[in-house]
Design a protein around this ligand. Structure first.
Ligand SMILES: C[S@@+](CC[C@H](N)C(=O)[O-])C[C@H]1O[C@@H](n2cnc3c(N)ncnc32)[C@H](O)[C@@H]1O
Length: 438
């Protein structure tokens, strides 16, 4: 039985699904599978390779942030972190599975990659390129907090080879930014956006969050209209979620509240839907449950490669990756991470080798987030007839108006797309249902 109709308050927990099986199934005792992959050469025609590096530093911790970040690190500690990151990357670069391969995409995530200085960034990327050259990379993506950007820094970021600049705007309203713990204000957004536009990045993305603390309908529409005015190539809209390790959750626990001080899920979905309508009216195309793009040919290589089963080397503290069919996550404490790299070890905390069926489900549920799935892909790659395999679940979701399907494709309705991360649990294997996410 599907229970997909209840109206819900926002309580603690994860909404966004970035992987399958969930992180809670990854275990330290499975790390030997990563070594098995690394010690053997890749096949002659290997999977596309991506390289992710996590920069865990921020000026301030946002009240809704659930990522591994540090706000108190000195320049010498940042230097030590970069040195360790490079040592980790060099160690991977020497392994038979990765030796000589060139990444198709690079991603600097955080935290705040733009927290680093120009000289730190230059040093980091020069040494990275010496191990994994970027000359075949189709995309180099880089996350920024607007208040950390100067024209000089942005100019250098472009010169390093960044093609997709992602600005964590979240809202254009100063009160919303302040009360949610953001470090920047709207003036800094506009200033940094204009610098970036003048420099001419091939793609600028801005992140927005629907349902931040104190958000109202009018405010939200103003934020969306402001985003349309700036006309970035890509806009990513998240629905505010309150995972366990957020400041907001800590405050809820202390005051005994079970409902977060943010809009409920139906309201957030309505706001995203309104935003989609306004973007479409302005000429944008919806390309996933979270993104609209100005030019439908604009690609997001990182997402599409990852959701198509690519290899991705996740480096830096707490980062996750996927190598030769094995999920990998690094140590999530910076001290432990540094210590293990110093000891000449891979700083891997836990892993999970996915079997063929889990691989199929992973790609299927991630691709559902795009709003449309081509079922031929699964027939060719996995010899699986998705429509038959999941006929019961698909029929129930269809009856509820969340999707339509034929033998060749599944198409989400707007209503289905806006709650896809909730619906995809229905496709999980029984042993992964109702499990902790992280
Ligand atoms: C890893 S964060 C990095 C952003 C960057 N450090 C900055 O400050 O702009 C990437 C994005 O995740 C989204 N995000 C983070 N926490 C969230 C939450 N609790 N709910 C919804 N989206 C969230 C935000 O839009 C954010 O820009």
């Amino acid at each position: 039985m599907l229970d997909t109709t209840s109206t819900e308050e926002t309580s603690v927990g994860n909404y966004f699904i970035s992987n399958y099986p969930q992180y809670s199934f990854w275990k330290p005792e499975l790390v030997n599978h990563v070594h098995d992959v690394l010690n053997n050469p890749a096949p002659p025609d290997p999977l596309p390779l991506g390289l992710y590096f996590h920069i865990p530093f921020c000026r301030k911790r946002c009240h809704f942030c659930y990522f591994r970040v540090y706000t108190d690190k000195k320049a010498s500690e940042i230097r030590a972190y970069i040195d360790s990151g490079i040592k980790e990357i060099e160690k991977y670069g020497a392994m038979p599975y990765l030796k000589g391969r060139k990444p198709k995409f690079i991603y600097f995530g955080g935290g705040t990659p733009s927290y680093l200085s120009v000289s730190q960034l230059t040093d980091l990327t020069d040494r990275m390129k010496a191990v994994f050259p970027w000359d075949e990379a189709e995309e180099v993506a880089f996350e920024c907090e607007p208040g950390t950007l100067t024209e000089k820094k942005l100019d250098q970021i472009r010169k390093l080879g960044v093609t997709r600049l992602s600005l964590g705007v979240e809202s254009f309203d100063d009160h919303i930014l302040e009360i949610n713990g953001r470090a920047h204000r709207s003036k800094e957004i506009i200033r940094s956006y204009q610098y970036a536009q003048n420099i001419g990045f091939p793609q600028i993305n801005i992140d927005l969050i629907a349902g931040m603390i104190d958000e109202t309908e009018d405010n939200w529409i103003r934020t969306v209209k402001k985003a349309i005015e700036l006309a970035p190539e890509c806009v990513t809209i998240y629905q505010m979620e309150i995972p366990y390790n957020t400041t907001i959750y800590k405050e809820m626990k202390e005051s005994g509240k079970i409902t977060a001080p943010v809009a409920d899920w139906p309201t957030k979905r309505r706001w995203v839907s309104d935003a989609f309508d306004l973007f479409v009216e302005a000429g944008y195309t919806i390309t996933s449950a979270y993104t609209v793009v100005k030019d439908p040919d604009v690609k997001f290589v990182y997402r599409d490669a990852l959701w198509g089963g690519a290899d991705m080397l996740g480096t830096g503290v707490a980062s996750f990756g996927h190598i030769g069919g094995v999920h990998v996550q690094n140590e999530h404490d910076i001290g432990t991470y540094l210590e293990r790299v110093t000891n000449n070890e891979f700083p891997i905390y836990r892993a999970y080798p996915i079997n063929d069926d889990e691989t199929l489900i992973r790609e299927f549920i991630l691709q559902l987030k795009l709003g449309e799935v081509n079922l031929d892909y699964f027939k060719k790659k996995f010899n699986e007839d998705i429509a038959r395999r999941f006929s019961n679940t698909l029929q129930l979701l269809k009856n509820d108006g969340y999707l339509t399907y034929s033998v060749n494709s599944i198409k989400l309705s707007r209503d289905g797309l806006l709650q896809i991360d909730r619906l995809i649990h229905e496709f999980f294997l029984a042993e992964h249902q109702n499990a902790r996410y992280a």
